[in-house]
Design a protein around this ligand. Sequence first.
Ligand code: UT7
Length: 310
Amino acid sequence: MNAGIVGIGRYVPEKVLTNADLEKMVDTTDEWIRTRTGIEERRIASDDIDTSDMAFYAAEKALTNAGVLAEELDMIIVATVTPDNPFPSVACLIQERLGAKKANAFDISAACAGFMYATITAKQFVEAGTYKNVLVVGVEKLSKITDWQDRNTAVLFGDGAGAAVIGPVSEGRGILSFELGADGTGAKHLYQDENIIMNGREVFKFAVRQMGESAVNVLEKAGLTKEDVDYLIPHQANIRIMEAARERLGLPEEKMSITINKYGNTSAASIPISLVEELENGKIKEGDLIVMVGFGGGLTWGAIALRWGR
Ligand code: UT7
């Protein structure tokens, strides 16, 4: 049995924070942010919208898109580093709100690679035949752990959620291969100590190397080559890191998703948000080979080669 994505949904808050707004908050310029990161604006959740609210909205859309009822869910996995509270998990909060009575539920912490970790975990249960419908959500309200006085980090992050239902798909479709990895020796480069602390240059170097390498590895594992790739969805952390991954795969510009300009870095939410947008834009079609690749605090990384369709 093959596991794949059978439905998707996303939610981003309405409030837009532009680079011009940030110029008034920290010593930065629109020019610096655009050229160094590719970000033009990001969404910020209001005080009355917490992580579980965004997760719930994205999840509802994914269920509708999949044609799966909440009561049919067997498992809910939420990838986040900004839960409403350390416990209960965001997964339990949305289980109740969705009415997914028979689903077990838990959160995982793998930072920006979280959606890759959650999706691969779901795949194992589906392919083993244990479960049929698993909801995975990547969601962050990074604005609540951002130091708005620190220009090194304040310009980078945004809030949002993306969700997918992982279930059985026909032969040749779905997740063809994956890679997951971690290197705890790099934990010191990106962590939360009340707010986000980051050694940007170290994370940058790691990301440029790892994104390209993981993308190539999943292709090899699937018995495919760079030429087979129809679309690349990289974690939206920095346009320069993303371009490096695209060049490593030898892909033309139009074959990579760019949503960082609108949403900034939404951590675990960035890959599923981008996936939804590119499907809506008609960039991804039935039968396309998609490579998704993420990296983040931990340090962690993950990649998936997926043949789109049910
Ligand atoms: O999801 C995973 C999480 N994180 C990442 O993926 C981040 C990876 N790293 C990056 O994206 C980049 O390293 C940054 C965007 C964070 C920084 O870009 P950079 O090209 O590596 O800049 P830098 O840290 O080398 O700093 C260059 C200069 C410094 O000034 P000096 O020392 O050359 O005088 C910084 O102080 O830019 C300065 N700077 C800024 N200037 C204006 C740093 N932040 C800003 C800012 N506005 N917001």
